[in-house]
Design a protein around this ligand. Structure first.
Ligand code: ATP
Length: 438
């Protein structure tokens, strides 16, 4: 499929099958904001769950956190966001559209009206959303919606380290919403003003930063492949020295081959002791770690793998999207990893029928405590298979007239379309085993 069509196909599928809707659609939509529908919310939850499982559950050096979105404004002074979290903004003098100066085409032509070389001087535009806390809208009540979850972790470093009795190297992981007043959002859910991040700050003794930076670059690259993105669609791109953020001693992006080209999926940064040093300075708190073995205090260095839940979800969708042909008919199928699939199984009575429906409903009720399932008895069985293929459901369980005699169902697998006859009492164990195998 042509690359440009791939995004359209996924956007259309997302709308048609309840994955992602344009936000506020009945009012004509709202500036590149998107809502996850009933199927999309399941997919995105599975992506976040997969991240949490790898980063927290399976490790003995990690704990979780859920910090508030609104924080003391001083946090953003200390972190450098008030002074430097800016993008260079230019206006086209001809059509008045606004662009990021660093994203203009080399031709110098306006991407909107085509006028050449008619941009204003670049001015720095701060990306943080400002609001007021409490009833009075004055300078003293200004607060910001967090532009990253990381700072919630840094300001809790001492709380977490002491209550959980942790010794570097250890990490704190967090998933949550962040907000950036992006100048040019776009490419579906790739760049939005409200998005969800999956970030982890890994605190290490000074001198071990480089080693752990390498480690996390490899780990995070591997994670995307483990969950089904082919290596050929991924690359690790180290930042050039002039590209580095003010706090970073080294950054590499895990990039994905989006239909419009390579783009960031996740950034891994060696933030050194910058953040804890800044917060110690601005808060007056001692944020050093006391190392009993050496009897010394030190400020831990930090390695940060910062991923986006929305970008990851989009990448998994794009990588999974496929079209093949079944008996002369085009079939759209999401070849999602089974762990990410919104529904693990769908229960489908062969037809809507007073004999089949009660048995099919009983099968669904039996499966529900174990798996997220769908139940569908509308339209022909062929159409229902297609609908499940389109959202990546690994198994379709069909209840037919024989089921009433042999107490068994037909299980059809998404990718091979092979069918097995399985006794209903064995179905939970059967699905569990097949869902666990790759
Ligand atoms: P970009 O260069 O694409 O603007 P960034 O380098 O500013 O991204 P980070 O600050 O490293 O992004 O944020 C970490 C992750 O958060 C990104 O890799 C991405 O997955 C996600 N993210 C950042 N900004 C957005 C956004 N506007 N919309 C959706 N996801 C985002």
């Amino acid at each position: 499929m042509a690359k440009a069509d791939a995004l359209n196909s996924v956007v259309n599928l997302a709308k048609r099958r309840g994955l992602v809707f344009p936000s506020s659609e009945i009012y004509g939509g709202f500036r590149s904001t998107w809502d996850y529908g009933p199927v999309g919310v399941l997919l995105k939850r599975n992506v976040k769950e997969a991240w949490w499982r790898t980063m927290v559950q399976l490790r003995d050096d990690m704990v979780g956190l859920d910090a508030a979105i609104l924080m003391a404004p001083k946090v953003w002074e200390a972190s450098g966001h008030i002074a430097t979290f800016t993008d260079p903004l230019v206006d086209c003098k001809s059509c008045n559209e606004r662009f990021r100066a660093d994203q203009l085409p080399a031709s110098g032509a306006c991407p909107n009206c085509g006028a050449k070389g008619s941009f204003t001087e670049a001015r720095q535009f701060n990306l943080m959303f400002k609001t007021f806390v409490g009833p009075v809208e004055d300078d003293a009540s200004v607060a910001y919606l967090r532009p990253e979850t990381a700072q919630g972790i840094f300001v809790n470093f001492k709380n977490v380290q002491t209550t959980m009795r942790r010794k570097p190297p250890f990490g704190i992981a967090q998933i949550g919403k962040s907000f950036r007043n992006e100048i040019t959002p776009g490419n579906f859910t790739y760049r939005t003003r409200e998005f969800e991040q999956m970030e982890m700050e890994y605190f290490v003794p000074p001198g071990e930063g480089e080693r752990w930076f390498e480690y996390w670059c490899n780990e995070r690259f591997r994670w995307y492949t483990e969950y089904g993105i082919p290596e050929s669609m991924l690359r690790l791109r180290p930042h050039d020295p002039e590209e580095l953020s003010h706090y970073s001693a080294g950054t590499a992006d895990v990039e994905f081959q989006y239909p419009w080209g390579w783009g960031e999926l996740e950034g891994i940064a060696n933030r050194t002791d910058y953040d804890l040093t800044q917060h110690a300075k601005f808060s007056g708190e001692d944020l050093t770690y006391y190392d009993q073995e050496s009897g010394t205090h030190y400020v831990p260095h930090v390695i940060e793998p910062a991923a986006g839940a929305d970008r990851a979800t989009l990448a998994f969708l794009l990588a999974a999207y496929d079209e093949d042909e079944v008996r002369g008919e085009k079939r759209t199928v999401l070849r999602l990893d089974k762990r990410l699939a919104p529904y693990k199984a769908a229960v489908l009575p062969l037809s809507r029928n007073e004999k089949l429906s009660p048995t099919a409903r009983d099968v669904a009720t039996m499966l529900r405590p174990h798996f997220q399932i769908d139940y569908d008895d509308a339209s022909s069985i062929g159409k229902r298979y297609r609908r499940q293929d389109e959202v990546g459901t690994p198994f379709c369980v069909t209840v037919d007239f024989d089921s009433l005699d042999d107490n068994a169902v037909t299980v059809r697998e998404r990718d091979t379309m092979e069918q097995d006859r399985v006794p209903i009492p064995d179905l939970v164990a059967y699905l569990r085993e097949r869902l666990a195998s790759s």
